[in-house]
Design a protein around this ligand. Structure first.
Ligand SMILES: [Zn+2]
Length: 269
């Protein structure tokens, strides 16, 4: 199958994240969690013989959350995909709900949704598959589509279960339809057709303005730098160059940056 895994939500220009945030309830930030597992899920799918691309919205670019929609739809609908699977986490009004639900619209989507639910509910509570007509990722896309609400990001109990579970593997197995035996630690080099594997990081700041200044300085030297946001309890604005699908190219860029007097470490995109 040709699959695209999309990460729900984004970080807006203002630095605020459009996703649910369970951190003040002993949980996780929905967007950051899914962004963290999506590469591994794609790697498992690749190892089972599928093509698996990843779609994450650019960070600090969109003015409003609805900008995410057109960005994703155009890519999902032009890629010739058989399946789109969007990763979300649930949250509840009183922060007391738990469990997994998988959303679908079409009959084909329902079958995939049920398979994924069956794997995820070996760990999380079962809230069932649910037919939804009101979600653009289900009703405006060409491929068969499912949306995961894998667990509740504002439940410390669910998050504790997620912590000791290879959630990416369960999702990949649900999509694949059976067990996946190969368990790569990390995605192998060049594994993703979408690239985005290595970046060279020249700084990480808690103040966005400082990151902007370094980015500008690099750009004035014709180095194509950009900022990504990492959620490590508090937000870090990381200035990076890349991405490179081949590590050697990242190493070459690291040398260029170090020669120019910058800190430069290679990180996984
Ligand atoms: Zn969400």
């Amino acid at each position: 199958m040709k699959i695209i895994l999309t990460v729900g939500h984004s970080i807006l220009k203002t630095g605020s994240c459009t996703s649910a945030d369970g951190r003040s309830f002993g949980g996780v930030l929905e967007y950051a969690y899914n962004k963290n597992i999506v590469y591994q899920a794609a790697a498992y799918l690749q190892s089972a013989g599928h093509q698996a691309d990843i779609l994450i919205c650019p960070e600090l670019k969109f003015g409003k959350s609805t900008d995410e929609r057109e960005y994703k739809l155009s890519r999902v609908n032009s890629g010739g995909y058989d399946l789109v699977c969007e990763l979300h986490l649930n949250a509840s009004r009183f922060h007391n709900a738990r469990g997994c639900e998988v959303l679908y619209k079409s009959e084909k989507g329902k079958q995939v949704a049920q398979r994924i639910l069956d794997r995820l509910t070996t760990v999380f509570g079962n809230r069932g598959v649910q037919r939804r007509e009101d979600l653009y990722m289900l009703n405006r896309v060409k491929p068969t589509a499912v949306m995961l609400e894998t667990f509740f990001c504002d439940s410390s109990d669910d998050c504790a279960l997620a912590e000791k579970t290879d959630v990416a593997l369960l999702i990949a197995e649900g999509i694949h339809g059976s067990h996946i035996s190969l368990t790569p630690d990390r995605p192998a080099e060049g594994l993703f057709s979408s690239g985005m594997l290595y970046r060279v990081q020249t700084g990480a700041f808690t103040v966005c303005k400082n990151a902007e200044a370094l980015k500008k300085e690099l750009q004035e030297k014709d180095i194509d730098a950009f900022i990504t946001v990492a959620d490590l309890g508090k937000l870090f604005y990381r200035v990076q160059v890349g991405a490179f699908s081949v590590r050697k190219n990242a190493v070459n860029m690291q040398k260029v940056l170090r020669k120019a007097g910058y800190d430069a470490v290679i990180v996984r995109a």
